[in-house]
Write a protein that binds this ligand. Structure first.
Ligand code: ZN
Length: 410
């Protein structure tokens, strides 16, 4: 049994406390509350958490299906904020379930405990950086940006085109990327908007087109991805669609469902949606029997509520698209047999159907081509200025723009 006091992190800095307290004031629930920032303990389910804080489990069982599934998105190690009253009683908790959604459980003015989902209002910064290689791409990029995942993304963008092991001192890279921060700390993974690699005097470009979220070279030539997803079962109907931060005008709250639900009879075979490796196989809170496949390139798929797994299937095993992995069921918290399919891109839940049904042709439409090329020209101008011999002596951070995350109300 875990004890939340034992893992109490006393290092929550003052700024964070101030921000959190201002949220509490904003929420109009002003108590002399103690704020703790804690990592979600391993092996602790949402229900165990409620029990620990003497919150009736009814709170969970009365939730709608989508909200129950959201609770299953809580992963061990994820940091959350807990507020307790002076006598140690529960006051409220904020648990992030994805980059932009958090669960908020709080005591209302009549001391009734309520559940709601709230958007996370992170800040987004766009930065450009030009880096002369001194040791290796991974080393120099991490040293200049403090981020280890940018190099992974960069390498994956130029896979098969650039051999990064052959990069030498004097070669050059330039990137434009966005990163998110919450309470002044990094939040989620950065996203590459443009990249240039100069190796042996030759330049290679990849620029993201905002309209279709795909990468093109400087001339607007697209790259077909080596994999595409397919719907992993034959289903009766889609019983619940992907929704994110949708404001519900009647319930007056946000709704989120981080996947697509396919209704199908119990025992119906489930297949891998794409080539990949079995990363997780087992029980996962309200998701019941769950499999997670890592497809590389930042994509993962999650298959929940399974009746059982295919015999002999092992964690770490490689599977091909269409490989039988399990059976439709109703395990975990589920109102009837269905497959909940989640799709994650760099840790962020995205709409599986949008990705699966995306047209498989590559290339810019005539309409978007001119905008893309004009935007690209500007980026290249900035990158090339930094590449001039008199400027390419050390890593340089360029423009910096800040945006707040957008919260859309319908
Ligand atoms: Zn679902």
């Amino acid at each position: 049994m875990y004890n939340i006091n034992l893992i109490l992190n006393k290092k929550v800095n003052l700024t964070v406390k101030k921000i959190i307290l201002s949220i509490i004031i904003f929420l109009n629930i002003l108590y002399s509350a103690e704020v703790q920032e804690l990592p979600w303990p391993k092996g602790v389910s949402f229900l165990t958490f409620l029990e620990k804080h003497s919150i009736p489990q009814k709170l969970y069982f009365d939730l709608e299906k989508e909200d129950k599934e959201l609770c299953s998105e809580i992963v061990a190690g994820k940091r959350f904020f807990l507020y307790t009253e002076d006598n140690g009683d529960f006051n409220q908790v904020l648990i992030p379930v994805s980059e932009d959604i958090q669960i908020h459980i709080y005591k209302d003015s009549s001391d009734i405990i309520k559940f709601q989902t709230l958007p996370i209002n992170y800040k987004e910064h766009t930065e450009s950086i030009a880096i002369p290689i001194t040791v290796s791409v991974s080393y120099d990029l991490q040293k200049a940006t403090g981020n280890a995942t940018l190099a992974v993304q960069l390498k994956s963008l130029f896979r098969g085109i650039v051999d990064f092991r052959k990069m030498q001192k004097g070669d050059f890279i330039a990137l434009k990327y966005t990163k998110k921060s919450l309470y002044g700390r990094p939040h989620g993974l950065p996203e590459l908007k443009a990249a240039m690699v100069e190796i042996n005097g030759k330049e290679y470009y990849r620029i993201k087109n905002n309209k279709d979220d795909k990468y093109y070279d400087e001339k607007g030539k697209g790259f077909s991805k080596s994999f595409f997803f397919k719907i992993p079962l034959t289903y009766k109907r889609i019983s619940s669609k992907f929704t994110k931060k949708r404001w519900h005008p009647v319930l007056k709250r946000y709704r989120a469902h981080l996947g697509t639900d396919f209704a199908a009879p119990r025992g119906r075979k489930i297949y891998a949606a794409g080539n990949g490796r079995i990363e997780f196989k087992g029980r996962r809170g309200g998701y019941g029997n769950t499999i997670i496949i890592n497809h590389g390139n930042g994509y993962k798929t999650l298959y929940a509520h399974q009746n059982g797994f295919r015999k002999g299937l092992k964690r770490g095993q490689r599977v091909k698209k269409g490989h039988h992995i399990g059976y439709v069921g109703s395990t975990g918290l589920s109102s009837g047999p269905h497959l909940h399919l989640g799709l994650y891109k760099n840790g962020k839940a995205v709409d599986p159907l949008k990705v699966i049904r995306k047209p498989k042709t590559t290339g810019l439409t005539v309409k978007h081509r001119a905008t893309f090329l004009a935007n690209t020209k500007e980026i290249i101008k900035v990158f090339q200025y930094e590449m001039k011999s008199e400027n390419r002596k050390q890593a340089t951070k360029l423009d910096r723009l800040t945006y707040k995350s957008e919260v859309k109300k319908l």
